[in-house]
Design a binder for this molecule. Structure first.
Ligand code: HSE
Length: 429
């Protein structure tokens, strides 16, 4: 029986889930793989708090370097998160010739090119299944299951907190702050909730997905990113009336040979399967040229789902012991990344415009002058001479034209405040 010794750095939510799974399922893992996973040490600054897990004496240590220096440890599991000490610890572990497993999407998105290259130079593996969509094995799907395909597009709901907030706002009419607080209490939110609500966490994960499917170096800084903090219940209600749900989508696709990478609130037709993904659940839609449309659904956060992904990487590494390791993120492509200004989409606009004759023709005139074709217009309410919401849906339009038109419309004396602009998925025309 082969024993693989592991050292875990970080005994918080995901660390505890990982340890629990290894302890509870070790017999099954042994039977299934012939490998005994042995937790040689767990490092955390807090070695006092009772996590409700019985560990042999001496397992818990406060100095992570003890584990990195331990020649008997084969794999280091980094679960402290953040872009501070985590990077140095991972690099030190790689330098010692240890394989590393991490759930740290923020670090990989920003410094991943350096970390993956260091791992490749040393011939060790850097596993990151847990860093995207928690328990959904999407990295293995993209890296292995769909490896024969050209990936045409990926659309993901990959931040449970945002999805929870949007679901609560649309179903229970709960306001934004209350829904965020609930998500934080449930343990889904990042330490800094800005990462969740401003789309940053989603963009971190998207950077990994795009690199994997299009072979480009990690390019987090080139992702267009818009969060959900400005979404109002008014737009959620109008979207529902028009047959859409608002979802924070991570989108990457090939268009005209270029790669699109964007994160933004999106109106999705209610009959799309991804529109039915509610609460903290995540889902990722992937279209491959051979396989066609596929969809993956599950929990994107939490101790046990994320622990499940961490342990799957550990088992993978343990089973491949002795064979050569390929860098799971080895850039090979040279596609350009498309600027957000060059994308084309259908759009939803909500103007606050005076209810009087001639206003609509001025608005539609500006849209027309920028080549934006209107699919439908609804005026909400009737208050002559007063401001009312004017909702416009467009046919496929270019983002740069939309920006110019909206800025002109916002300058009209009959339009007040800033207009709302949202991209709409659905039948493209
Ligand atoms: N804050 C993340 C989420 C946790 O809400 O999905 C998992 O990355």
């Amino acid at each position: 029986m082969q024993t693989t010794n592991i050292g875990i750095i970080g005994f918080g939510t995901v660390g505890s889930g990982t340890v629990r799974i290894i302890l509870e399922n070790s017999d099954l893992i042994k039977e299934r793989t012939g490998i005994k996973l042995n937790i040689k040490g767990i490092a955390d600054l807090d070695i006092k708090t009772d996590r409700g897990i019985k560990l042999p004496k001496g397992t818990l240590v406060s100095d992570a370097n003890k584990l990195i220096e331990d020649p008997e440890i084969d794999i280091i599991i980094e679960l402290i998160g953040g872009t501070g000490p985590a990077k140095d610890l991972i690099l030190a572990a790689i330098d010692k010739g240890k394989h590393v497993v991490t759930a740290n999407k923020a670090l990989l998105a920003t410094d991943g090119n350096e970390l993956f290259s260091a791992a490749q130079t040393k011939g060790v593996y850097l596993g990151f299944e847990a860093s995207v969509a928690g328990g959904i094995p999407i990295i293995k799907v993209l890296k292995e299951g769909l490896s024969a395909n050209r990936i045409l597009s990926v659309y993901g709901i990959i931040n449970g907190t945002s999805n929870y907030i949007l679901t609560r706002m649309s179903e229970e009419k709960v306001d934004f702050d209350a829904a965020l607080k609930e998500a934080q209490e449930l343990g889904y939110a990042e330490a800094d909730p800005t990462f969740d609500i401003e789309g940053i966490d989603t963009a971190h994960k998207l950077a990994l997905i795009s690199s994997l499917v299009y072979g480009i170096p990690l390019s987090y800084e080139k992702i267009y990113c818009e969060g959900i903090s400005k979404i109002s219940t008014l737009d959620i209600e109008f979207a529902a009336e028009l047959g859409y749900k608002i979802k924070l989508l991570a989108i990457t696709k090939i268009s005209d040979g270029d790669v699109e990478m964007r994160v933004h609130p999106t109106m999705v037709p209610v009959n799309y399967m991804i529109a039915k993904v509610d609460g903290v659940f995540n889902a990722i839609y992937v279209e491959g040229d051979a396989v066609g449309e596929t969809l993956y659904y599950g929990r994107g956060a939490g101790d046990m789902p994320t622990g499940s992904a961490v342990v799957s990487d550990i088992i993978d590494i343990a089973m491949k012991k002795g064979s050569s390791y390929h860098d799971p993120l080895r850039p090979y492509g040279n596609a350009r990344i498309k600027s957000i200004d060059d994308i084309e989409s259908n759009y939803y606009f909500r103007f606050t415009a005076l209810d009087k004759p001639g206003v609509l023709s001025r608005v539609s005139g500006i849209l027309g002058s920028h080549g934006i074709s209107i699919a439908s217009v609804i005026q909400k309410g009737r208050r002559e001479g007063e401001a009312v919401p004017l909702v416009v849906l467009t046919h496929k339009s270019r983002e740069s034209n939309v920006k110019k038109a909206i800025s002109e419309i916002d300058g009209l004396d009959v339009v007040s405040g800033s207009s709302v602009v949202m991209r709409v998925e659905g039948d493209e025309d």
